[in-house]
Design a protein around this ligand. Structure first.
Ligand code: TXA
Ligand code: MG
Length: 344
């Protein structure tokens, strides 16, 4: 298939046309790029799974442009959900509701719930508006790879597999939306993301973090967001996180660089603006200034992909504070490292 790249937002009608005819469009959102199809067309939704190589038991998020699109898709909306929507929509918060019979089982992977999000990115909003239907959209990467935060990375993964890729520049948030289950008594965070625990706590009396997020997965602790159980966000390189007091971490990483070099490996380091000059490896990248977790979140996936561009075999990464959006950053980083954490 020949993929059309659109970079002029005045041409979004071409993309909307593709959606209406059942095709696939990759589009920018404020979190990461999404691979969009008409959520109400089962065949189109199936083609999303095919293009990404995504396991069919992993449900998709349905994107809407206006709250009025919600009522047809869900069976009920609680007062708490209304409050969250009022506070955080449009934005990087996905809410799980009981699904109405209108939602195809291809979207929900057979669950009786559906994930809904109202993104803030103007291009995505306009695409939904022009298409006139809700859009099912996972991140626009090949399954397992770090999510794409710019059009170039989408092209790398999906050129020839989708009808249209819209270039809308870099995503500002950089990690995916927070997935919050509103179907249990107390809202449960199934995936940490752009709307932080602290932000949710400021409006909700209680909110729980799914235990499976903070632990290495085992058979008795399967995550409720099916997508959280797969290998994810992984560059080709093996990733290790080195954690502890900063001086001890520097010494340990320097030792590890030497060891890996002696084994003939190409070594990459993920550091910060303040620390990157301290390391001598094949590729040292900064995720951003130590004190700015928002910048680090925005850069994370792109940096992981840059190690692959340079054919790095092994990456040693600093750990970042698990506060605010840092919680989501560390969740993605730990997954990309398959939970290989070296404590010093
Ligand atoms: O920021 C985002 O959310 C991006 C942009 C494109 O909107 N999308 C995204 O989609 O990250 P995806 O498919 O890569 O991740 C969706 C996550 C998966 O972990 C999936 O298992 C979970 O949401 N999910 C979807 N529907 C669910 C449901 N009904 N119950 C529980 N988890 C669900
Ligand atoms: Mg994804």
């Amino acid at each position: 298939m020949k993929t059309v790249i659109i970079s002029d937002i005045n041409h979004l009608n071409i993309a909307a046309d593709v959606i209406q005819k059942g095709g696939l469009v990759a589009a920018p959102t404020e979190t990461v790029y999404g691979l969009c199809a008409n959520a109400l067309n089962p065949a189109s939704v199936r083609s999303i799974f095919k293009a990404k190589g995504r396991p069919s038991d992993n449900p998709l998020i349905v994107h809407i442009a206006d709250q009025s699109m919600l009522s047809n898709l869900v069976t009920s909306i609680s007062d708490e959900a209304l409050l969250l929507m009022k506070t955080f929509w449009p934005g990087p918060l996905t809410l799980i509701f009981k699904a109405s019979s209108l939602v195809p089982k291809e979207v929900t992977a057979g669950l009786d719930t559906v994930a809904i999000r109202l993104p803030s990115h103007p291009v995505m909003q306009k695409l939904i508006d022009l298409s006139g239907v809700p859009l099912a959209a996972p991140s626009a990467n090949t399954s397992g790879k770090p999510s794409p935060t710019n059009a170039q990375r989408v092209i790398e993964d999906l050129d020839g597999k989708v009808d249209v890729i819209i270039d809308g520049g870099s995503s500002s948030v950089g990690v995916e939306s927070t997935v919050l289950d509103m179907t249990s008594d107390v809202p449960v965070i199934l995936r940490p993301g752009g709307i932080t625990y602290e932000m949710l706590r400021a409006v909700l009396k209680t909110v729980i973090i799914d235990r499976a997020i903070s632990h290495t997965l085992s058979a008795d602790l399967l995550p409720k967001a099916p997508g959280m159980k797969y290998t994810h966000y992984a560059p080709n390189a093996e990733v290790f996180i080195v954690k502890g007091h900063s001086e001890a971490v520097m010494i340990k990483i320097s030792e590890l660089i030497k060891l890996s070099k002696s084994q003939g490996k190409a070594v990459g380091i993920l550091a910060t603006d303040e620390t990157s000059h301290l390391f001598h490896a094949d590729l040292v990248l900064s995720a951003g200034p130590e004190a700015d977790l928002n910048v680090i979140a925005a850069n994370l996936f792109e940096k992981l992909r840059e190690f692959d561009d340079a054919h790095i075999d092994i990456v040693y990464s600093l750990a970042f504070p698990k506060e605010g959006i840092g919680y989501a950053v560390m969740n993605r980083l730990e997954k990309s490292a398959s939970y290989h954490i070296i404590e010093v």
